[in-house]
Write a protein that binds this ligand. Sequence first.
Ligand code: GLP
Length: 241
Amino acid sequence: MRIYKVKDYKEMSRKAANIIAAQVILKPDCVLGLATGSTPEGIYEELIEGYQKGDLDFSAVRSVNLDEYKGLAPDNNQSYRYYMRTKLFDHINIKAENYYLPDGMAKDDQEECTRYDNVIRTLNGVDLQLLGLGLNGHVGFNEPADHFAKGTHLVKLAESTIEANSRFFESYDDIPKYAYTMGILSIMKARKILLVVNGAKKAQILKEVIQGPITPRVPASVLQLHRDVTIIADEEALSLL
Ligand code: GLP
């Protein structure tokens, strides 16, 4: 694990965007694994800036997102597809046929999970996987569990995750309780992993992720076993290490 300690959110975003930019420059048709949540927003802003300046070209890039809420239509402003379009895809030259997310409106869960795993397989896997960290140690929507899930699966979201997401929804009933997520094995198969973490509220869980036992109770702890993980975290998030 390579750990970069940075001053603040801005520096974290810039450094992570530089790594993604380097990947795109080195391999213009690379497969990026992308994440949602508030943490990567600054990274996406930096990438848009890089594109606008003419430094980055996404015309051959393919991407797969980690997860999507079950039951939210693509145009629902809380869906991850909507997030990705408004925060990144609509502002760069990635082709609409080249980015993939699970389909939140799929009728058959198992079929959708198989379809998504096939998408990842057909792309020949992920070159660089960007990850945020949930407060309970989740990555994508792989919540604390008794075992590490392999491929894409439907997850019942943890109460703490539902609560953390409540800020984005008007009422409890509106908050999705299930999501499709790439499995831990799919994430671990990415050739490079980039985990970004900021803020004091994640200090305890980040310490467990980096120094604690490898356990599905802290899903991100499995990253200790990956051979090319870069963590970029700010001083607050690293304050307990
Ligand atoms: C959600 C997403 C994760 C994300 C996590 C942390 O649950 N499914 O991919 O990493 O939230 O979110 P935030 O970055 O807002 O703290």
